[in-house]
Design a protein around this ligand. Structure first.
Ligand SMILES: Nc1ncnc2c1ncn2[C@@H]1O[C@H](COP(=O)(O)OP(=O)(O)OP(=O)(O)O)[C@@H](O)[C@H]1O
Length: 897
């Protein structure tokens, strides 16, 4: 292992002779940025010198990155099988529930003998006239009519399309009424209603429904005619006038349920009462609507199609259920900064979004296809009568809208829990709203198309619209949507799908845009109008980028920090990292004012060395690393990695950057090996090279025996070692290690040091630590931070000699002889001061200047007996002392002029 005290810059630093100078007399002139030959100082200790960034492999290859991310996501999703299974099983359970409910309802109906549909008319309908419709019954008409109950009045039949309308009809009927015939019956065809009235117009009042010709046929013929022809002639309804005279008007109404869905009942009632009023004048005393009855129709079992009725309400939940799952998938990586670390290590965001899209869609698609298969198996009319193409198109396009909408929502959340909860609230909230409120807008003929348009802008509502169209077409024995009816006025599948596509595109664009510009905890954000900037479309114009020139002098900085500034202005060769007057201000947050975390930081890290960042908590070390690694955008100033600017070339930089952040950023469900494979692939490794790199990486951090264990099952120290191994994958040229040894036991820490020492020379390392021993052991150069600024910079020995307090001498004296021994020491070293004295052991501090170690050694050894000296020792200043001194509140740089 290297002795850090022997590491000096290449060339002879001009302060190297200052070790023996009196600290208080050292001034800025003693610390220089040039060697004895006047060349700028270089500390580089690399195996392979890089002279231009073009020598580096900075290309982000889409194929490799897609492969890396796809494999990682596939493995991750596979491990998430419990969540994914739930996602699939819940809709399946809902379908099963619906199926079971239908069975229960069917059984209930079967048990309720005498129950007839529809049940909720008032007054209650009379028993419908039933035809036992079959070949035999048609032939044996007389027996058929027996089943028609008490219906035995004569009827009048009218259809305006028939030639039976005549000018003398009115009189004929009028006279029939006036002659108090027992009963009159009229049947109207659809064209009659269509011609004379609709619900909202006044026209019905002008109609005289008695202007009909009395049909000369008996009841049987009439019923036969009604039964066999109501479909053909589109008969809407009829009247059975039971009592019609000047005082009383009693009528019952016949309706054609199949044709009108009861919609025309009010019109029919309105027509007849108006006609009666106009016929008889105003002296009516009684109008009795005696009842309703169905047209004669085929005998069939009364059924209640619960599945079709409840379908859209339930399907709107089922089709939306993947939303919270997708949100969780996206927000897990966002919350745990996994997305940011992938970005820092080179991942292109377009690849990230593409792969996330594919996986989200697959999740959705699998679950919905299973629902479809199951519902078809159970013969749900919604899925069996409607055209398969219409259902597929709905599933296909809704999936895209759902995923894009999830992307959009994810922008506004940083925690996966809150996003998932909102997802569920959204699914159930909009589901309930759809079937209770929105339904009436879609069902009503009077909702303006502009309102339909606005409502359909909400994804859940456009889904409901599509589902209810499909449902309407199968309800009441409808034939379902077929390919040739998909775009008819009532259905408009095309326009609904178009809505979905347009919305999907809008939400996707909005999501990607907001991700770029919306302030968030991490990441570099763009100007809100970035898309108007030329550079967005045509690439960056280097000449337009503000040049950052390091200030040669900054007031209040010590001479070594200033010398570093001058060195940056006269760099000897390409640096692994140049930090150029970097400032970072954290904006004010609730209750807390804005914080200047890094102040005009200027330093350079040579190739192949380890540069240590020391400083108390909150000094700005992590912030500096975060700016260099692209987690935060600097407020002012910049940094260059191998000459590439972090403001403009981060895409390239990320390919030669390795980052081990302060927290372990890992996928709990991926193994150590899978982590390394992912980062290796991301950095363009493949085949044997990748395999070897993974093996070596795992061995280096001593995880080779735990390589197939999931990161979530690792101990804290193992996770830390894996984070370090991740950062060194793929031959990075600059590695940022933020407190890598936190939480490691002594053995692991020593092992980590070996790793860092192993990688040194292959790449430059930026190391923050609170362990002085570690800093001393690993760092070729050190900078001590206080309150966001560098207070001193240099090699360990330089710092010790500049800021150390001198030698420490310890003597151990036999009991009772302490005083003469102390007198002896003060005579030998008049400038010595006692640090502490206890139980015969006294510690002295002696300034270095004017002290010769050999003379102290000789004096103590030759007087061992005389002063009753049991033991003694001498040591240099420690880095810890330097640190405590430099970071103390009342520190005044003794070298400052
Ligand atoms: N996201 C943030 N928002 C606001 N202020 C922040 C944020 N992160 C850090 N700070 C503040 O910036 C200052 C520098 O913090 P930073 O984490 O860089 O210090 P550090 O030297 O790394 O400390 P430590 O040794 O404890 O990790 C601190 O005062 C801290 O409170």
């Amino acid at each position: 292992m290297e002795d850090r005290d022997t590491i000096e810059p290449i060339g002879i630093p001009s302060n190297s002779g200052s070790n023996n100078n009196n600290n208080n007399n050292v001034n800025s002139a003693n610390i220089s940025y040039v060697d004895s030959n006047g060349n700028p100082l270089s500390y580089a200790k690399t195996d392979e010198t890089i002279t231009s960034s073009s020598q580096l492999d900075t290309e982000r290859k889409f194929r490799n990155q897609f492969n890396a991310l796809f494999r990682k996501s596939a493995t991750y999703q596979w491990r998430q099988y419990k969540t994914n299974l739930c996602q699939i099983i819940i809709p399946v359970l809902l379908i099963l529930l619906l199926f079971v409910l239908q069975i229960v309802v069917d059984n209930f109906i079967k048990d309720q003998q005498g129950y007839r549909y529809p049940p909720d008319f008032s007054p209650q309908p009379s028993v419908p006239a039933l035809y036992k419709y079959n070949e035999t019954s048609l032939k044996e008409t007389s027996s058929c009519f027996k089943s028609m109950g008490t219906y035995n009045e004569s009827m009048f039949y009218l259809d305006s399309t028939s030639s039976k309308l005549g000018s003398n009809i009115s009189q004929s009927i009028q006279s029939s009424i006036m002659s108090k015939e027992e009963s009159l019956n009229l049947i109207f065809g659809q064209s009659f209603i269509g011609r004379y009235g609709t619900y909202c117009q006044d026209t019905p009042s002008t109609i005289d429904p008695f202007s009909v010709e009395k049909l000369d046929m008996n009841l049987e013929t009439l019923n036969d005619l009604t039964f066999n022809q109501w479909k053909e002639y589109s008969l809407l309804g009829g009247y059975n006038f039971k009592v019609v005279d000047k005082d009383t008007f009693e009528v019952s109404l016949l309706y054609n349920r199949t044709l009108t869905f009861y919609k025309d009942l009010p019109t029919l009632l309105h027509l007849v009462s108006k006609a009666y009023v106009s016929l008889t004048g105003t002296n009516i005393t009684k109008i009795i609507y005696d009842g309703l009855r169905d047209f004669p129709h085929d005998e069939k079992l009364v059924s209640f199609d619960l599945i079709t009725i409840l379908g859209p309400t339930l399907y709107v939940f089922i089709f939306q259920l993947p939303l919270p799952v997708i949100l969780r998938l996206i927000l897990y990586e966002k919350e745990n900064k996994l997305r940011e670390i992938m970005k820092m290590m080179g991942l292109q965001m377009k690849t990230y979004w593409l792969v996330t899209y594919i996986f989200s869609y697959i999740l959705y698609f699998c679950s919905i296809m299973l629902v479809w298969a199951l519902a078809a198996l159970f013969r749900f009319k919604f899925f069996t009568l409607n055209s398969g193409l219409a259902i597929f198109l709905l599933i296909f396009f809704w999936g895209h809208l759902l995923v894009c909408f999830a992307f959009f929502l994810s922008v506004f959340f940083s925690r996966s829990d809150s996003g998932t909860v909102l997802g569920y609230i959204w699914v159930f909230g909009t589901g309930i709203l759809s079937s209770n409120v929105i339904k009436s807008f879609f069902d009503s003929k009077f909702t303006p198309s502009s309102s339909i348009f606005v409502i359909s802008m909400i994804p859940s509502f456009v889904l409901y619209r599509a589902l209810s169209v499909l449902k309407n077409e199968v309800a009441f024995d409808g034939p379902g949507i077929q390919i040739d009816t998909m775009n008819i006025d009532r259905i408009q599948v095309g326009s609904i799908l178009a809505f979905m596509i347009v919305e999907a595109v809008i939400f996707l664009v909005l999501a990607l845009y907001l991700e770029e510009v919306l302030p968030s905890d991490y990441g570099v954000k763009r100007h809100p109008l970035f898309f108007l900037q030329k550079s967005f479309w045509k690439g960056k114009d280097e000449s337009k980028i503000e040049k950052v020139q390091v200030k040669p002098v900054l007031e209040g900085e010590g001479p070594d920090v200033q010398a570093e500034r001058t060195r940056i202005l006269n760099l000897p060769n390409l640096m692994a990292l140049e930090v150029l007057d970097l400032n970072k201000v954290y904006p004010a947050q609730a209750g807390a004012p804005e914080k200047l975390a890094v102040k005009s930081l200027a330093l350079a890290v040579d190739q192949g060395i380890c540069f240590g960042f020391l400083g108390p908590n909150g000094a700005g070390k992590s912030t500096t690393i975060s700016c260099v690694s692209g987690l935060f955008q600097p407020t002012k100033g910049t940094a260059r990695v191998f000459g590439m600017d972090i403001r403009t070339d981060f895409d390239k930089i990320s390919m030669v950057l390795g980052v081990c952040p302060q927290d372990n950023i890992l996928w709990e469900d991926l193994t150590g090996e899978e982590h390394l494979l992912f980062y290796g692939r991301l950095k363009n490794l493949k085949g044997k090279e990748l395999e070897t790199a993974v093996k070596e990486g795992l061995k280096a951090v001593n995880l080779h025996n735990e390589s197939s264990k999931r990161a979530g099952e690792y101990s804290g120290g193992m996770k830390r070692r894996l984070s370090v191994a991740n950062s060194f994958m793929g031959n990075p040229k600059l590695v940022c290690l933020d407190e890598p040894s936190t939480g490691l036991d002594v053995a692991s820490r020593k092992q980590l040091w070996d790793i860092i020492n192993f990688y040194k020379r292959k790449c430059a390392i930026l190391l923050t630590t609170h362990a002085m021993e570690e800093a001393e052991h690993l760092s070729d150069r050190l900078g001590i931070f206080v309150s966001g600024a560098l207070r001193c910079i240099g090699t360990t020995s330089e710092l010790k000699s500049r800021y150390g307090n001198g030698y420490k001498i310890m003597i151990s004296i036999e009991q009772g002889h302490e005083e003469p021994a102390h007198q002896f020491m003060m005579k030998l070293l008049p400038k010595a001061t006692v640090l502490n004295s206890l139980a015969g052991i006294t510690n002295y501090e002696v300034p270095k200047e004017g002290v010769e170690l050999s003379s102290i050694f000789n004096a103590l050894e030759s007087n061992r007996e005389a002063i009753r000296l049991k033991d003694w020792g001498i040591s240099n200043s420690t880095l810890e002392e330097v640190f405590l001194k430099v970071t103390s509140d009342n520190f005044k740089d003794p070298h400052q002029a």
